[in-house]
Design a protein around this ligand. Structure first.
Ligand SMILES: Cc1ncc(C[n+]2csc(CCOP(=O)(O)OP(=O)(O)O)c2C)c(N)n1
Ligand SMILES: [Mg+2]
Length: 377
């Protein structure tokens, strides 16, 4: 028997507005109307400014650890622009820009990293899930949400974001396999920013692209320049259309770069070369878009100046709201886990005591709620 090839594949890379300002008219014409482009650019600038302010808040002790999004604004923004508002957006922690486009208020992000979990309670109409810090968990959530939508006959799909490091997690592979085998309408988007804290991409994935990991699951897959808003929009349009019309999932590898440290708790100078960072600074999605818009007479210095003044005011107002919010009721954390709070938790809420730390709420004077009988294990 001759040896025959049973499968071959190729991974395409999409670039429309490249780092040198070249624009592919064939792919790019009509992709994003001028008025939208201006709004998208303004969102990226607002997000970048928030990022800079958040960094300073952490440094001055006004906020906890914060993961900067700097340089990675385009991927989630392009996705959010393409998705319907009632599709699920299931993010990691470098997708602020996409969340802001949806309408998630800036102070939600600030509050979350200030340690106030009300910031992570995404308002329901935004169809966004809490920011996922445990790496890789959210791809399963997205798959479950899209599966539920399919089961209920809703038109909603889900898009989920994760880093290159997350593709080494078992959860990633389980979500991909499940979604592909059950025809679940999810768009998986890996923001490959070259690093998982101090682990470089080459150690994370031995294959030449992350995109080809999807081939193993029989999923359509593509790689794009994740710092090119047009390329992201192009790939998401295709993936979202496919999910909506056929129910099939697909994969997008958005190649980007983390311009900042991993988080404010990290110092990336200890493990990566400044020359690498400098090279990527030239590929910044914001600079690229501004140059493009200026050449097309959509933007000028006066507009830039006015925008910067506006975003400074907006971010300052968001910081003010986050820092002056009234403290939550101390019982609030009992409110969102159960539709009906079990009796033992009612007792804990009312007494603020728990067996767990050696207290016995049932012994509190005036405790009126009977604890359920202990079940044997
Ligand atoms: C399950 C789990 N393991 C480990 C960590 C610690 N951790 C936080 S971020 C990170 C690296 C993530 O890298 P990547 O997925 O590439 O995302 P990036 O931070 O580069 O955006 C790790 C290992 C975690 N948060 N969750
Ligand atoms: Mg990474």
């Amino acid at each position: 028997m001759p040896i025959k090839t049973v499968h071959t594949t190729a991974i395409e890379h999409v670039s429309i507005l490249d780092a040198d300002g070249r624009f592919d008219e064939k792919l790019g014409a009509g992709l994003v109307p001028d008025a939208d482009l201006v709004k998208l650019y303004e969102h990226m600038c607002a997000c970048r400014h928030l990022d800079e302010v958040a960094f300073k808040l952490q440094r001055s002790g006004r906020m906890g650890t914060y993961p900067q999004n700097m340089g990675q604004e385009a991927a989630s923004l392009g996705a959010s622009y393409v998705l319907n508002k009632d599709d699920w957006l299931v993010t990691c922690y470098r997708e602020n820009c996409g969340l802001f486009w949806r309408g998630v208020p800036m102070e939600s992000i600030l509050l979350h990293w200030m340690g106030d979990e009300r910031g992570n309670a995404m308002p329901r109409p935004h169809h966004a899930t809490p920011i996922a810090v445990p790496i890789g968990t959210q791809m399963l959530h997205a798959t479950g949400l899209a599966w539920a939508a399919k089961y209920r006959g809703e038109k909603r799909i889900a898009a989920t974001f994760f880093g290159d490091g997350a593709t080494s997690e078992g959860d990633f592979h389980e979500a991909m396999n499940f979604a592909a085998n059950l025809d679940i309408p999810v768009v998986f988007c890996c923001q490959n920013n070259g690093w998982a804290i101090s682990v470089p991409g080459k150690i994370q994935c031995s294959a030449p692209t992350v995109a080809q990991r999807a081939v193993a699951y029989g999923m359509d897959t593509i790689q794009c320049d994740g710092n090119d808003l047009f390329a992201v929009v192009h790939c998401f349009r295709k993936a979202v259309h496919q999910a909506r019309t056929t129910g099939r999932p697909s994969f997008i590898e958005a190649v980007t770069y983390r311009l900042g440290d991993h988080t404010t708790a990290d110092d990336a100078r200890r493990y990566r070369d400044q020359a690498e960072v400098d090279a990527w600074r030239k590929r910044d999605p914001i600079i690229r878009l501004r140059t493009f818009m200026t050449a097309r007479k959509l933007w000028d210095d006066a507009k830039e100046q006015a925008l910067q003044e506006r975003v400074e005011r907006e971010v300052a107002a968001a910081v003010e709201r986050a820092e002056t919010i009234a403290a939550p009721a101390r019982t609030e954390f009992f409110d969102s886990m159960y539709a009906e709070l079990p009796a033992d938790l009612v007792l804990q809420r009312d007494t603020m005591q728990t067996h767990g730390i050696g207290q016995d709420p049932s012994q509190i004077e005036g405790a009126v709620i009977e604890l359920p009988a202990k079940q044997g294990h």
